[in-house]
Design a protein around this ligand. Sequence first.
Ligand code: FAD
Length: 446
Amino acid sequence: MSGTAFRVAVVGSGPSGAYVAQELSEQAGLDAVVDVYERLPVPFGLVRYGVAPDHQRIKSIVGSLAEIFAHPRVRFLGNVRVGTDITFDELRQRYDAVVVACGASADRHLSIPGEDLPGVASATDFVAWYSGHPDAAVDRFALTAETAVIIGVGNVALDVARMLCRTPDELRRTDVPQHVVDVLAASTVREILVVGRRGPAHAKFSSKELGELRELSGTEVLADPDDLADDQAAAGSTQESPSTRRMLATLRGYAAGTPTGAHRRTVRFAFFRTPVAFVGEDSARGLRVIRRGPGQAEADEVLPAQFFVRSVGYRGLALPGLPFQPDTGTVPHAEGRVMDGTGELAGVYAAGWIKRGPSGVIGTNKQDAVATVAAITQDRARTTKPPRRGYEDPLPLLRERGVDVVEWSAWQRIDAAEEIAGRPLGRGRVKLHERGRMLAVASAQN
Ligand SMILES: Cc1cc2nc3c(=O)[nH]c(=O)nc-3n(C[C@H](O)[C@H](O)[C@H](O)COP(=O)(O)OP(=O)(O)OC[C@H]3O[C@@H](n4cnc5c(N)ncnc54)[C@H](O)[C@@H]3O)c2cc1C
């Protein structure tokens, strides 16, 4: 590494931060050295705290992300919140380029009355809790309801539904913390209603995830036949894509089922229902919807339940000192170059969900990172700025500020401790979920 290496700070260690770091470190001739800042003591973003625990095959991608962070030109700096522990301007002063890849960690609201009543939660909250996110209180959910309503028709809604159906044995095959296994195992939820505002053709489910419900043990899956009776209305148009066609075929299969009531759990789909209010005094007891089904008179319905999860999308949060578009929850950019009111913010780039919003699969962030790094390399080739002389490592400054920085070897201690915690329980891994415990393990000497 030369003294005039091209120094880049990446904010966020989810897939997009990792792929940006990989692209930069592998670019021949760029001589890039990358510091990846992560606000949590652990890496991988939503792969660790979003992707459903029962999707271990998808989660195994952490193996290849780990190789990126272990690269000699990449340094992981965990437990450092950019904007608080170090400001965005301080990063700009110290690095030749800053890439913001901080994801979209907040949730969208329905903005209807009763949304703040106890019993109503966001999928963001519920997913963080079952994933053992250190910001999620252990006792956040009790699951004493009989009926749960999930509002939203995307794959996250299916993740939530599946997690509510998993048996204790299945949960023990995942890495979720023990308190999550205990609460889900004792859950009294029997009926799970997944509600969509528009028709089935507009649902964002992938047919694979939708079909996976069929394989859940002790669970019957049903759909309201009326919602699928009118082919044209259900399809939304006569030119639906092959994936929409497959999804509709799966839903029709569910609609053709006859309820037996003989199962542990029932998952039921209901479309054409627009939520207008949660009803209840001290806690939510029902969801008032307006039903506008094909060929039916508009009707007002109340869907009785005791637990409600709104799953209507994630949104990005503003990073202090960085331009932000509140309407989209993203940073304004042109081909990855962050824009402020007057033009490009020199040396500042964006990647992943904070750049393009919460859409796509993990692999989408790879192409996105490649595009952002292409902009960085073009700018680097064009620059007339003389190479930076000297470099001030931010690590001493962070330590002076009392920040307990978790470097890669310290994360590996957390990683090993999670595997060890699983052994006596016959589980491959049990996640640590308390920040204090994670930091204690991270700083323990062998
Ligand atoms: C519930 C859920 C399930 C999903 N399941 C799948 C799936 O099965 N398959 C699939 O392909 N995709 C799935 N996805 C999508 C996938 O997780 C995303 O495409 C991907 O994680 C987005 O990557 P990102 O790096 O932009 O954001 P993130 O993964 O969110 O990473 C952003 C990182 O930035 C950190 N950060 C935020 N603010 C700061 C700050 N101020 N300072 C330092 N660090 C900061 C965060 O802690 C986080 O680690 C799922 C998403 C969700 C929400």
